[in-house]
Design a protein around this ligand. Structure first.
Ligand code: NAI
Length: 407
């Protein structure tokens, strides 16, 4: 039984898993369906964004496969419902690259304000074009943040430390950082800001959130930065606003359609505009972020494998019981089952018949499955394990620590 880490996941993930005596295979590529389906001895699978995990692959890898680590932010590449129904939790690291995104936003704010990208291009064309015209300090300017979540709040802190005034708009009430001030609506935010930066998720409400009307609300000579999702901004409308000289510039890291493979051709209506900074969805891509993500996801994998803790799983009922104490005699039995009436009654009935005393019991459900953890002080819980595992409602049953597992 091995942990298989695909797509060149940062080496620290493998080191953390091996430190707990797990065997780890590192594979640089993203194998196709056929190749992946042959990895029958895979206990834990680590992927990034390029490996697609379909129902067929899950069926091929189960029952060995206990969990999946998505060493990235998104989990769209995984059939999360199929994984849950087969009792396979999926863990990711949603905030591993928050700081990296916030830093790129700050760099874009200064670069737009000082036109440094434009000067750089001219210098590479062997021209010297020294001028102060159009270049401004960011101190004292107003930054408007749309979406005051993890990234938005980090940007807020960094911007204030440079002397910017920060206002923000969010659909939920959030704790304000420093002197940042919430505003009532998007219109107020757009009309007061010198820079607007977008940090909302991709939802039906944020699709085309910024188009002609909203761009008109912005001050003449202001700047727009989007590192959130490409669907949030209508690029044709943005292009017109820039051509008309209403907006002074924009920086975009995300696009409605992004190529999957490296070195692909990329087409965007804003190419060739000197006041526009384009980056290939790299706001969260730093060495530090990769390391953070590797540490966070492998820690989640270990907590689930050794203690049954499912906190952080994106498709699974959440249970956060105390970690198992190796110095104590107790054993932990984990049962993933169909979420139908009577499961707990049946299991407790079995325990009572086998005269097993429960120390603690934890249950959580999500949609069609239930997740039960029971701690008990009993030397031989194998008969109980067999009995629970053979219930019609059971999907997976394990004894922890996992080395005593049979499946
Ligand atoms: P988050 O979930 O912590 O914060 C999002 C905030 O937006 C929440 O406070 C939410 O209430 C708010 N929100 C949702 N709908 C809204 C609406 N219609 N109007 C105003 N506010 C709204 O998310 P986080 O981690 O801050 O990420 C923000 C965005 O950044 C996401 O779209 C994410 O996909 C993207 N991202 C981009 C990266 C890159 O490399 N370019 C890397 C990491 C994240």
């Amino acid at each position: 039984m091995k942990c298989i880490l695909l797509e060149g996941i940062h080496k620290i993930a493998g080191e953390q898993l091996m430190a707990q005596n797990l065997q780890v295979d590192h594979i640089k590529s993203a194998p196709g369906t056929k190749e992946l389906s042959l990895k029958k001895n895979c206990l834990a699978l680590g992927i990034r964004s390029r490996t697609r995990i379909t129902k067929n692959i899950l069926e091929a890898l189960c029952p060995s496969l206990r969990l999946i680590g998505a060493f990235c932010i998104g989990t769209d590449q995984i059939d999360l419902n199929a994984a849950r129904q087969m009792g396979v939790p999926v863990f990711n690291a949603p905030y591993g690259n928050t700081r990296s995104v916030a830093e790129l936003v700050i760099s874009h704010i200064i670069a737009l304000s000082r036109q440094s990208y434009h000067f750089n291009q001219i210098m590479h064309q062997r021209k010297w074009n020294k001028t102060a015209q159009g270049s401004k300090e960011v101190r004292g300017k107003t930054l408007g943040i749309v979406g005051y979540g993890h990234i938005g709040t980090q940007v807020s802190i960094l911007a204030e430390s440079m002397g910017m005034k920060v206002i923000y708009f969010d659909i939920i009430e959030t704790l304000q950082m420093g002197n940042a001030r919430p505003v009532k609506n998007l219109k107020e935010l757009m009309s007061l800001s010198d820079f607007v930066t977008l940090h909302v998720p991709q939802t039906s409400a944020t699709k085309n959130m910024i188009q002609e009307k909203q761009l008109r609300w912005m001050k003449k000579g202001s700047f727009l930065i989007n590192t959130s999702r490409g669907t949030v901004v209508n690029l044709e409308d943005l292009k017109i606003s820039l051509q008309e000289g209403h907006l002074a510039g924009a920086a975009l890291d995300v696009f409605p359609e992004e190529p999957q493979a490296k070195e692909s051709t990329f087409i965007c209506p804003l190419q060739g505009m000197k006041q526009v900074i384009l980056t290939p969805h790299i706001a969260g891509s730093t060495e530090e972020a990769q390391e953070n993500i590797a540490k966070q996801v492998s820690a989640s994998l270990l907590k689930y494998l050794f203690h049954g803790i499912s906190e952080g799983a994106v498709n699974f009922p959440i249970l956060n019981p105390p970690i198992l104490d190796p110095t104590k005699k107790g054993q932990r039995l984990v049962n993933i089952h169909k979420n139908v009436p009577g499961v707990l009654g049946n299991i407790n009935g079995l325990m009572s018949r086998l005269k097993i005393n429960i120390q603690s019991q934890y249950l959580s459900t999500k949609e069609d499955i239930g997740y039960l953890i029971m701690d008990m002080e009993h030397k031989n819980i194998k008969p109980l394990w067999d009995a629970i595992d053979s219930l019609d409602t059971s999907i997976r049953t394990y004894i922890l620590p996992f080395s005593t597992d049979r499946s």
